[in-house]
Ligand binder design. Structure first.
Ligand SMILES: NC(=O)c1ccc[n+]([C@@H]2O[C@H](COP(=O)([O-])OP(=O)(O)OC[C@H]3O[C@@H](n4cnc5c(N)ncnc54)[C@H](O)[C@@H]3O)[C@@H](O)[C@H]2O)c1
Length: 217
């Protein structure tokens, strides 16, 4: 890869673009498996229902440019996307709240392919403490404070009940966490420099149901 190539800083990249990038990567990996060496923006756009101009704009964040009549080199683009998204680095994460959803996330090892590795889970429930799910130990929540100093983990996954989410999130931040993947419905109030990504299944369900309802009219 060209060492002089400069990535745009992620702050300049819009959230819709960032959300589309993993989809491009997934599609390109499929194409690589099928032996496709070069691929054009219109081909990518057609498959992913995206305007080719938008595809070119999105992929430009990696610093890779397609060649006229040839397109992108599949391998080069995959590598650049992985590097841009941080998928080829392993980022360690804590999970707090090893209940139904937390356990499902712990058992879902494919997160590692996205560069995210849950190294420990914490819970207050004595029945769960000491057990493990997907090879990940569930530890006493009180140990979060002592262990975080040693482990220097920057990512926290929040899967507690909503009513304790704010307190737990504040604890995570006090333990050095800089980015929280929030699965609760709580609207977290945290310092501005903390990155919070909320995955609210209820809002996705609301959009789905509303669209279904509209399409029936
Ligand atoms: N289960 C789902 O499919 C689902 C879907 C969407 C959203 N959510 C959201 O995810 C969150 C968890 O849901 P769930 O169904 O897994 O609940 P759950 O009750 O099964 O799990 C919550 C876990 O958090 C632990 N916990 C409670 N207080 C704690 C604290 N102060 N510190 C550390 N751990 C604590 C509990 O012991 C329990 O193990 C909720 O906010 C819920 O709204 C769940």
């Amino acid at each position: 890869m060209n060492e002089s190539r400069k990535y745009k800083t992620k702050k300049q990249v819009s959230e819709p673009t960032l959300k589309r990038l993993p989809g491009y990567l997934y599609f390109l990996e499929q194409q690589k498996e099928e032996g496709v060496l070069n691929i054009s923006a219109p081909t990518i756009g057609k498959k992913l229902s995206c305007d080719p101009t938008q595809v070119v704009k999105d992929l430009s964040v990696t610093g890779i440019k397609g060649k006229p009549r040839v397109g992108y080199n599949t391998y080069e683009l995959i590598h650049a996307l992985e590097e841009f998204l941080g998928f080829n680095r392993i980022n360690e994460a804590f999970l707090v709240g090893a209940g139904n959803l937390g356990s499902a996330l712990m058992a879902y090892q494919e997160h590692q392919e996205l560069g995210l590795k849950i190294i420990a889970a914490f819970d207050t429930d004595e029945v769960k403490i000491g057990k493990s799910v997907g090879g990940i130990h569930i530890l006493d929540y009180n140990k979060l404070f002592t262990l975080s100093g040693r482990l220097n983990v920057k990512i926290g996954i929040l899967t507690t009940p909503n009513n304790v989410a704010q307190d737990v999130a504040e604890d995570m931040v006090n333990c050095g966490v800089r980015a929280i993947w929030n699965f609760t419905s709580a609207n977290l109030d945290l310092p501005e420099d903390v990155i919070v990504q909320t995955t609210s299944m209820s809002s996705y369900a609301a959009v789905l149901l509303r669209r279904l309802n509209d399409s029936d009219k």
